[in-house]
Design a protein around this ligand. Structure first.
Ligand code: NAP
Length: 246
């Protein structure tokens, strides 16, 4: 599997799953453009880790829920290598609450970052990819978008919406040699899940066939496969990577 001479835009690459995806794609030879919301030092570290593989890499501060900032990412990619071959929509947040206590802000912020941000990036990438008749898009959804989860109706809506957009874009752009798939992670050890008490993590681990929580590299490996030419006949799919949890 090689991604040499390819350029990837990966949103939310400063930490967790996004960083692991950046590093994995770089290890396969892809140049990487990533973004972050606040963590500039961590994002610089991701860039360094990518550059160790001899590729070009850059991290920019860009809030994907703001159209102009999401679109600027693709301008950065054009500056870096002149093109975009791969888009991984990874940036995401949670604002959990039970439905009767969920505020408008909690609902809107999650939809704006996870769903609207993914749309802005998909639209900007599609314009470039259609011209070159090549593209690989992977959207990071969640098992919560497939099965639902109490206390996460905002997050579930955003992640289920991502699956709908993925399947629709796959139909829209298939004839242009552009694939679009989703990865639905289960329970992955990152800052996002570190907030849960150990007792909750332990009981969750018991529901996982493989007996362990996932790590960011598990998701990065699946994503790398879907953006590679080995997956050139796979589109519109949701790849669940949850250790058998569902
Ligand atoms: P994380 O550790 O919290 O990292 C989130 C990343 O997204 C960070 O790089 C963050 O930047 C960036 N980000 C957040 N809001 C942003 C915005 N508005 N614009 C640009 N970047 C933004 O999360 P994670 O666990 O790695 O999750 C990554 C993706 O996988 C998310 O879409 C999440 O929903 C999904 N997922 C995670 C799990 C899990 O168990 N961890 C399971 C299923 C799905 P800063 O560092 O600057 O804040």
């Amino acid at each position: 599997m090689t991604l040499e001479n390819k350029t990837a835009v990966v949103t939310g690459g400063s930490r967790g799953i996004g960083r692991a995806i950046c590093v994995k794609l770089a290890s396969l030879g892809a140049n990487v453009v990533t973004c972050y919301a606040n963590s500039s030092t961590a994002a610089d570290e991701t860039v360094k880790l990518c550059e160790e593989f001899g590729v070009k890499a850059v991290a920019v501060k860009a809030d994907v829920s703001v159209k102009e900032e999401a679109e600027a990412l693709f301008e950065e990619a054009k500056k870096l290598t002149g093109t975009v071959d791969i888009l991984v929509n990874n940036a995401g947040i949670t604002k959990d609450n039970i439905v009767i206590r969920m505020s408008d802000d909690e609902f809107n912020q999650v939809i704006d970052t996870n769903l609207r941000g993914t749309f802005y990036c998909m639209r900007a990438a599609s314009k470039l990819m259609m011209r070159k008749k090549y593209g690989r898009i992977v959207n990071i959804s969640s098992i919560v978008g497939v099965n639902g989860n109490a206390g996460q109706i905002n997050y579930a809506a955003s992640k289920a919406g991502i699956i709908g957009m993925t399947k629709s874009l796959a139909k829209e752009l298939g004839s242009r040699n552009i694939t679009c798939n989703a990865v639905a992670p289960g329970f992955i050890q990152t800052d996002m899940t570190d907030v849960l008490p150990d007792s909750v993590k332990e009981s969750l681990a018991k529901t996982i066939s493989l007996g362990r929580l996932g790590n960011p590299e598990d998701i990065a490996n699946a994503t790398a496969f879907l953006v590679s030419d080995d997956a050139s006949y796979i589109t519109g799919q949701v790849l669940v990577v949850d250790g058998g949890m569902s």
